[in-house]
Design a protein around this ligand. Structure first.
Ligand code: NAD
Length: 429
């Protein structure tokens, strides 16, 4: 096992569900499969740069609050650092470091020229006004001004952030530079250089990988029974596109509970209902309420955890009845639960593949920005489709060739490409 890097152990998370330890464990397994030297693994397991900044903000009631904002840059061997910014109460340096590492393998896996990074602030955005969130976002980026940039590190949305926060961040960076710098973030509104198709991109990538996995089992999306945990950027878009393709979405949930209908939910109507009811789903007509634990245990063809990490653990793994789990969220299945499910023959589409659609379209947004060209949505979706299907096929081929599960196959591809680049650049003997 790779020695744990020198990150402050500020979270009391038990080792078996600590996201960073889990990420290192998967790296370790890929390293063994690829027969990588211990020294090389040691390099790859440590983030290159870890930044924590203080964000003092004035609350609307006049109080001053100082928040901690993190940015972890894991590896830039293949290109500029790339990764989302998360606003969620559970954000910790270890979690951000794990997510930064996943971004490195994800970008390498889908073949885009980026390294991996992640950022986050431990806040519940629902308890802040829009004005407060704007002050937080602007101050966070001001504090990181020397660490980011279109050729250095390019943030994007993640949990709790969206195009709105990206526009504030792009503006703050641009004001500091003295000219507009749209390439500093992706996932921006179209009015400031965002790409068509970006908003739905992660959900679309989930839909593509699920469609391919079902096809490999001789099934189609039409009438496939699917349950989705999380109804935000990713879960909402995945639900919409899967429903549009004919799948029966039998349940979806948010942090405050979910709704279930054996006949399938009317997803466009549910999206409107959620918008009108402050994202609450419970009460939606012609559906029964369902708790998050019960949603995860529903009999279905595909279960899509699209909310948080560590949702399928040792404690509930025996209740899981899905044939396929598509990890739309990052790290929703713990290491031990992953082993149990794999032994049971459940197909797990790993996060670094299933949710890569977002970073693929972020890359396409960056490419459009650099070339001062703006494509229509059809072109964006087509380019993304090709990259996602290619990555999916490569993972399947690697899995068959090495007789290893899909997650390990995806890691072998991602880690292997970064290790090769490290050697080719002469950075490892
Ligand atoms: P979001 O904030 O838009 O949505 C999160 C959803 O999860 C919300 O519906 C929320 O109510 C729900 N949720 C929160 N806590 C929950 C709980 N305890 N139980 C059930 N549901 C809960 O976030 P998002 O951008 O959709 O991100 C979701 C996941 O996808 C994260 O793991 C993120 O890292 C990953 N991801 C996002 C992107 C992206 O482009 N946004 C890209 C790749 C991966």
């Amino acid at each position: 096992m790779i020695s744990s890097p020198s990150l402050p152990l500020e979270t009391p998370t038990p080792a078996h569900i600590c996201p960073f330890d889990q990420a290192c464990s998967y790296l370790d397994q890929a390293g063994k499969e690829l027969k990588l030297e211990a020294g090389l693994l040691e390099i790859l397991s440590n983030p290159r740069k870890v930044v924590t900044v203080s964000i003092p903000i004035k609350r609307d009631n006049g109080d001053i609050q100082v928040l901690a904002g993190h940015r972890v840059q894991h590896c830039d061997i293949l290109g500029p650092y790339k990764g989302g910014i998360r606003y969620h109460p559970a954000v910790s340096l270890r979690e951000v470091s794990a997510l930064a590492m996943l971004m490195t393998w994800k970008c390498a896996l889908v073949g885009i020229p980026y390294g991996g990074a992640k950022g986050g602030i431990a806040i519940n955005p629902k308890t802040y006004s829009v004005g407060e969130l704007e002050r937080i976002s602007r101050r966070y980026i001001s504090e990181l001004i020397k660490d980011i940039g279109p050729e250095v590190d390019i943030p994007a949305p993640d949990m709790g952030t969206s195009a709105r926060e990206m526009a504030w961040m792009m503006d703050t960076y641009s004001v500091n530079m003295g000219h507009a710098v749209p390439g500093v973030v992706t996932g921006k509104p179209i009015s400031v250089g965002g790409s068509r198709g970006r908003e739905m991109a992660t959900g679309r990538g989930v839909m593509i990988t699920v469609r391919e996995a079902l096809a490999d089992r001789g099934q189609s999306l039409k009438d496939a029974k699917i349950a989705i945990q999380g109804f935000g950027n990713v879960g909402g878009a995945a639900a919409f596109l899967l429903h549009q393709a004919g799948a029966k979405i039998i349940a979806v949930s948010t942090g405050s509970g979910g709704v279930y209908s054996e006949l399938g939910l009317d997803i466009p109507a549910l999206l409107t209902y959620a918008k009108e009811n402050r994202r609450n789903l419970v009460g939606f007509p012609e559906a029964k309420p369902i708790s998050n634990p019960d949603l995860l245990a529903l009999p279905c063809d595909v279960l899509i955890p699209a909310a948080l990490e560590n949702q399928i653990t040792d404690e509930n793994v025996d209740r899981i009845k899905a044939d396929i789990i598509a990890e739309a969220a990052n790290g929703p299945v713990t290491l031990q639960a992953d082993q149990t499910l794999t032994a049971r023959g459940v197909t797990i589409l790993p996060d670094i593949l299933a949710n890569a659609g977002g970073v693929v379209v972020s890359y396409l947004e960056w490419v459009q920005g650099l070339s001062f060209l703006f494509w229509d949505e059809q072109r964006v979706n087509q380019e993304m489709e090709e990259l996602m299907v290619r990555a999916y096929r490569e993972v399947i081929a690697q899995s068959k060739q090495r007789k290893i599960p899909l997650r390990l196959a995806a890691y072998v591809l991602g880690v292997g490409r970064v290790a090769q680049a490290l050697r080719d650049r002469g950075l490892y003997p």
